[in-house]
Design a binder for this molecule. Structure first.
Ligand code: CMX
Length: 439
């Protein structure tokens, strides 16, 4: 059986040839135009980036290398006795485009265990941070600190051929992914559990170990972690965390610089931080309304949120135009494992009433829930109630997608990103020129 790295190495040559052929024969073919509204409006739908690992359809939702979430829940290898897919399997798929065997997945588990030890300097740096610093800030610091040991940066300084970039990038990515659950758990336990830490269990997989080191032992929570880490891993290339990783990496910044930057984008409330905002909003709502609200109370609460000029967290999306399949997967998990949980009840009621209200409100292009509308209630159910931490789980997962793509970006020799910006003055001049009578 070829190792993951050997498999990847064998794919890189043919893929390089394919891309070079496309560029040579069709490089001038147009794939889209950009309007003034898109230039001012966050570049929505502008096709200007290649992202191999996943693709997002507005109506259907995400496909990872062509596979939907239900397909992956069925086809990816599971932990012994488990029903949810192992995150190691999605990483294999994202990187190679092929479904892994049980043996492929076990190899990754072992490889990540081997590379997982946190260096003392990292622990020392984390220990200097205020314990009440937001966990995402601590997480970003931790990832950045590991840059000290970047193999890519060392090999670049020593002098490396362009065609070899992918190799040390692969090594850095594997080292970084191996360590992320330990960094996350370290931050969680120092912030909320009196700095008392739980060592990794060498018999557990990557996701199961994260659950274990957080300190939540029920088997169902390990299953939740595995599902969570799979479904949050990638969402094509244009979202803020993915695009940030891609952009920073294009300057040949290594995986540590690139992922740390990506995490700073994920920490924004319109992106990954929305998962903590959802739980904060639900907790405030339940406090104000004295528990699970009536439908009328909930409708009024949502209108009050909108009328106060705030967003309903967990609803809307820049690309999706229907319920996010990542939401649906989590709802299925809740219906199976925690159907009577009061917060799940509120989440379900919010799902019943919010889309209609957002449609009446008339602003959001997508009134349906996204991934973040559901994740917090599952974590809360198993006792992870510190919702400021939730985006770190998202970050551990998102690292797999953006770093798999980062390896491919270096393998394909994608250049430094440098789109063209324009001024309002330039735009006005274009409008004037277009309106002038033709000579
Ligand atoms: N509640 C209230 N208003 C909303 C809204 C919501 N959930 N979603 C969109 N809108 C508003 C926008 O703020 C915007 O208002 P203005 O015209 O006043 O600026 C208007 O509707 C149009 O926005 P849009 O084109 O539908 O949405 P965008 O592509 O600009 O933004 C998103 C997408 C996700 C940032 C937005 O829907 C939002 O803020 N949702 C709530 C936060 C959230 O759940 N984010 C997580 C997204 C998933 C993820 O990345 O993790």
């Amino acid at each position: 059986m070829p190792s993951l790295k050997e498999k990847l190495a064998a794919q890189i040559g043919p893929m390089r040839e394919k891309v070079q052929g496309i560029l040579k024969q069709h490089g001038e073919m147009k794939v889209g135009d950009v309007s003034i509204a898109q230039a001012y409006g966050g570049m929505r739908s502008v096709k200007c980036m290649v992202w191999e690992t996943s693709a997002l359809d507005p109506m259907e939702g995400i496909r990872f290398r062509g596979f939907t979430i239900p397909e992956l829940r069925e086809k990816l290898p599971k932990a012994p006795g488990g029903e949810e897919p192992l995150p190691e399997g999605i990483f294999y798929l994202l990187l190679t485009g092929e479904l892994p065997t049980e043996a492929d997945v076990q190899e990754i588990t072992k490889e990540w265990q081997k590379r997982s030890a946190l260096p003392k300097y990292l622990i020392d740096i984390l220990n200097t941070l205020p314990v009440d610093m937001h966990p995402m800030t601590q997480f970003s610091h931790g990832i950045l600190a590991l840059q000290k040991d970047s193999i890519f940066a060392q090999r670049y300084t020593a002098g490396m051929h362009k065609l070899d970039y992918w190799d040390p990038m692969y090594e850095d990515v594997m080292n970084l992914l191996a360590k992320l659950p330990l960094i996350a758990a370290y931050i969680y336990r120092r912030s909320y559990k009196e700095n008392k830490h739980i060592p990794a269990d060498p018999n557990l997989d990557w996701g199961g170990n994260l659950a274990h080191m957080i300190g939540v032992e029920p088997a169902a929570f390990k299953e939740l972690m595995r599902l969570y880490l799979v479904i949050h891993s990638d969402h094509e290339g244009g979202n803020v965390s993915a695009h940030t990783c891609h952009l920073v990496g294009s300057a040949l910044s290594d995986a540590f610089y690139s992922l740390s930057a990506a995490m700073n984008g994920l920490a924004g409330p319109l992106h990954g931080l929305a998962n903590q905002e959802v739980l904060r909003w639900i907790m405030d709502l339940m406090k104000d309304l004295g528990g699970v609200p009536t439908k009328e109370q909930l409708e009024k609460y949502i209108w009050d949120t909108l009328n106060a000029g705030k967003v309903v967290p967990g609803y809307g999306h820049a690309v999706l135009r229907k319920t996010d399949p990542r939401y649906t997967a989590q709802r299925e998990f809740a219906l199976k494992h925690l159907p009577d949980d009061p917060i799940f009840k509120v989440v379900s009621m919010v799902y019943e009433v919010t889309p209609d209200i957002l449609m009446k409100h008339g602003k959001a292009k997508n009134p349906w829930p996204n991934v973040d509308a559901h994740s917090g209630c599952l974590l809360w159910h198993y006792g992870v109630t510190e919702y400021d931490f939730y985006t770190v789980f998202f970050g551990v997962s998102r690292a797999m997608g953006v770093l798999a793509q980062l390896i491919w970006s270096r393998a394909l020799g994608l250049p430094i990103e440098r789109p063209k910006s324009v001024t309002t003055e330039w735009i006005e001049a274009q409008i004037k020129a277009a309106a002038a009578p033709k000579q």
